[in-house]
Design a protein around this ligand. Structure first.
Ligand code: NAG
Ligand code: NAG
Ligand code: NAG
Ligand code: NAG
Ligand code: NAG
Length: 800
């Protein structure tokens, strides 16, 4: 009779996935003549010597199996290699055989070979190595075939991606392009385009290089994926002894996953794109992608989903489309345009004209039979893009233009509101889409006169020539004079002059750090003039963590951040203890001097609103759209710089990443608080990991200061006592309830203000001050509401 303890020991061995017992064990090497039938799929074909990897049949659907390799410890047995991706074999009668002739073959139930290693020879053996490589080797030990040469959608550590290999998932692929750059491409049924690295920048603007032709990328045991084009992707749980994989996934993103050895679950520790809408083809044709957060697809007005279950198939028109192949222009007056704000479609421009009126742009689209919409924005002059195919649609509060959809004049699109939603109780202009009739006298010009980002102004220009850029970037780089003149400005702009400076250069530029123009927690700022005469602000950093390489990596991330409401960074210097950053020089000082200095003339209302909106957009960009999400951690009027036109530019972002940080991990924890009393969210004091909502809190305080024109921390009662935040919130709630906002606004404006905007600002401010960070809105929400309220009269005045 078996003893009780033997039984228990047996059970425990079987329960532990890494220990080998009859159900989970397998040989690590097999000779010719071995086979495994699919009915025995509970048993692995091979297990690597240290049991890290297993190989055998994996369920790939109902009664469907694949022959794959997986991490033995992964609860979900995610395949890291598959012999027959997309072509599963029958769950009955299928078989993997290592034949006498030395070939490994997967046969379906009816005997058809679904996959073969195409090897042959005497004395071959098949083995699964501890690296996860499935190898067929000859008696001398030389590999004649290995699975590492035939990756499917995943790389495991030490498995290289080379010029011969590609990772594929559905319509998406990760591969080395002809110019040596590692890219992601969407190759759908109708269109094909590259979406990573960002097509809005050239190779160098993306921090890559096309000079190294080795074309190799490897994930190492510490969780760093190094590619020969300069890409260095670091898993957030850097360090050895974690099992990881790098996978291109069905949503078109590439991620590093780390295995939790205790639970057998996977955690994402790096992703190529923070913004899922930048994946091309995510929502299909005639649809718009929006991230809020979480990806949302919606059809354009006048369009409906092709397949209710699959957004990738996009939307089709609900009206009859003119057949353009007959070569005739449609008669005018049969169309109208429906505006979809802050939206653009990438590529497929039928033309481009940078200085036309809205009416002219509209006429262009009416006259072109194949024009299905046009994009228009004012960047000083009107920029007009008539569009044919509508693909890669993307809505974002930071996007500087609108798209106007061409619809038959009798089509009722107002019945179907687009993207007209509000969140967290914030709403300013909940109207449906603005309808513009297609007859000349009812044309209305958009009243939006915001100065948009240069980046965006050129983004679409680059879109048109995307293909040329990629195919000829070598040639472009070696002969700058050959750039077409229409592109030159854009090219220069996006190339950026982000570079490394020597300490000597910056010492000379600043006249040995003579003229101090600012001072803050992270260092002292000096005015400088570079060789070409460009005026810059040079910041000497104190308290920088990490070595040279780490600093370089972090600064390159900041260097790629480019938005009109963020101070542009031109370069850096890292020489021993000298760590400096070189910024664009912003002429008009910081917001605090204009708001709180009683000797100055008061900032007019329109400028205040523009600054509030610009700051919200800049922060929304940092939080939601950056290549890597960035928390500012020190939002306050001192860090909001103003241009000559009083446009806001946020300074000092990205520095939280540079300062000394505790440990590693995906939660963000600083070893010392960054931030300024009076602007700091309550969670700072609780010493818990913080997120982007700390910036939302600080923004709320700054926003209120813009309205009232003095420091919140200086507010007192009639008796001279300092007001608590709770008392301030109480007062604001009363203002919001009664709508009587004017008494709260800076008295120096003498009633010259837009009360609707002021009330909205107070309402936003109040929601930002919520104690619980989850109750606060996101910067995206705020930017949307402020943008909606921006469509106001040019010269608002309050009349009592
Ligand atoms: C075997 O089955 C597969 C799918 O089940 C089928 O595509 C193939 O044509 C069949 N081959 C033969 C020879 O019957
Ligand atoms: C090219 O890339 C490879 C792999 O990353 C690296 O080992 C090599 O040093 C690089 N060559 C140059 C010239 O940078
Ligand atoms: C693994 O998962 C457990 C349970 O969710 C968690 O407590 C632990 O921190 C995780 N380990 C790692 C390294 O993430
Ligand atoms: C469009 O017109 C062309 C030429 O007249 C014709 O061959 C084609 O079938 C038409 N397409 C549709 C969708 O009607
Ligand atoms: C742009 O529009 C102007 C004014 O209508 C016109 O003269 C010019 O030729 C157009 N340019 C292009 C490139 O279409």
């Amino acid at each position: 009779m078996l003893g009780k303890s033997t039984c228990l020991a047996f059970l425990m061995i079987c329960l532990h996935p890494l220990l080998l017992c009859s159900a989970a064990s397998g040989p690590s090497q097999l000779g010719a003549g071995s086979a495994l039938s699919v009915e025995e799929h509970a048993r692995p074909f091979l297990v690597s010597p240290d049991a890290t990897f297993s190989c055998g049949f994996l369920e790939a659907g109902e009664n469907a199996f694949s022959f794959s390799v997986w991490y033995t410890g992964a609860a979900d047995k995610t395949a890291v290699w598959t012999a027959n991706p997309g072509a599963p074999v029958n769950g009955r009668g299928s078989r993997i055989t290592f034949r006498r002739d030395g070939g490994l073959a997967l046969a379906d139930a009816n005997g058809t070979a679904v996959w073969e290693s195409k090897t042959s020879g005497e004395g071959l053996a098949v083995s699964l190595l501890d690296s996860g490589n499935l190898v067929i080797s000859d008696p001398s030990g030389t590999a004649v075939w290995q699975s590492f040469d035939w990756p499917t959608d995943t790389l495991v550590p030490s498995q290289p991606l080379t010029k011969e290999t590609t990772l594929v998932a559905g319509y998406f692929s990760l591969y080395y392009d002809n110019d040596n750059v590692l890219r992601l491409r969407y190759d759908g049924p109708d269109t094909s385009s590259i979406y990573w690295p960002s097509p809005d920048y050239n190779v160098f603007g993306n921090g890559r290089t096309s000079y190294n032709s080795s074309r190799i990328g490897v994930l190492d045991d510490d969780g760093v994926f190094l590619s020969s084009d300069n890409l260095a992707a670091r898993a957030s749980d850097l360090g050895p002894s974690v099992k990881r994989r790098l996978t291109i996934e069905q949503d078109g993103n590439v991620r590093i996953h780390s295995l939790n050895a205790t639970t057998g679950g996977w955690t994402v520790t790096w992703a190529a794109m923070a913004q899922p809408c930048s994946v091309h083809g995510a929502c299909g044709q005639n649809a718009i992608c929006e991230y809020q957060p979480g990806l949302r697809c919606s059809c354009l007005p006048g369009y409906e989903m092709v397949d209710r279950k699959d957004w990738r198939r996009g939307c089709r028109p609900m009206f009859s489309v003119t057949n353009c192949s007959q070569g005739q222009a449609p008669p005018e007056g049969r169309f109208k345009f429906v505006k979809v704000a802050q939206t653009d479609f990438y590529g497929y421009d039928l033309g481009y004209n940078s200085s036309v009126t809205f009416e002219h742009c509209e006429k262009l689209c009416l006259e072109m039979c194949s024009c299905s919409a046009f994009s228009y924005r004012l960047t000083g002059t009107g920029v007009c893009y008539p569009k044919g195919t509508l693909f890669n649609g993307y809505t974002s509060p930071n996007f500087p233009g609108s798209i106007y959809i061409k619809l038959p004049i009798d089509f009722d699109a107002s019945a179907q509101p687009v993207a007209a939603h509000s969140s967290q109780g914030l709403a300013c202009n909940p109207d449906g889409p603005e309808i513009i009739q297609g007859s000349p006298d009812t044309f209305r010009r958009p009243r939006n006169n915001v100065k948009w980002s240069y980046l965006f102004a050129f983004a679409t220009v680059l879109g048109v020539v995307d293909v040329i850029f990629i195919a000829t970037s070598w040639w472009f780089l070696s002969s700058k004079q050959s750039i077409p003149s229409s592109l030159e400005a854009g090219y220069r702009m996006v190339t950026g002059q982000f570079r490394r400076f020597t300490y000597r250069e910056l010492k000379d530029a600043t006249g040995n750090f003579k003229e101090e123009i600012g001072r803050g927690g992270s260092g002292v700022v000096y005015r400088g003039v570079l060789d070409g005469g460009k005026v810059v602000a040079v910041k000497k950093l104190t308290n920088v963590a990490g070595g040279d390489e780490e600093f370089w990596a972090e600064v390159t991330v900041i260097g790629r951040i480019n938005h009109i409401n963020l101070v542009r960074i031109w370069g850096f210097c890292s020489q021993g203890k000298h760590k400096l950053l070189v910024y664009e020089y912003v002429e008009n000082e910081s917001l605090d001097r204009h708001l709180f200095d009683m000797n100055r003339t008061a900032l007019p209302w329109r400028e205040r609103y523009r600054i509030a909106l610009g700051t919200a957009r800049g922060l929304a960009y940092l939080h939601h759209e950056c290549l890597e999400w960035v928390i500012h951690c020190d939002v306050k009027p001192e860090n909001i710089l103003l241009t000559r036109e009083f446009d806001a530019k946020i300074a000092d972002f990205g520095l939280a990443k540079l300062s000394k940080r505790d440990g590693v991990g995906d939660s963000f924890q600083l070893s010392h608080m960054r931030g300024t009393t009076g602007y700091m969210a309550p969670e700072w004091a609780r010493n818990v990991p913080v997120d982007a909502k700390v910036d939302v809190y600080s923004y709320g305080i700054a926003l209120l200061e813009i309205v009232i024109g003095s420091r919140i921390s200086d507010q007192t009662t009639a008796g001279g006592e300092r007001l608590e935040m709770s008392q301030i919130a109480q007062a604001l709630r009363q203002v919001v309830d009664t709508g009587d906002v004017v008494p709260l606004v800076d008295g120096r404006l003498q009633g010259q203000l837009n009360p609707r905007q002021a009330l909205e600002m107070v309402r936003i401010s109040l929601s930002c001050m919520q104690e619980r960070s989850n109750d606060r809105p996101t910067m995206d929400d705020i930017a949307k509401v402020l943008t909606a309220c921006d469509d106001e009269d040019e010269h608002p005045a309050y009349r009592s």
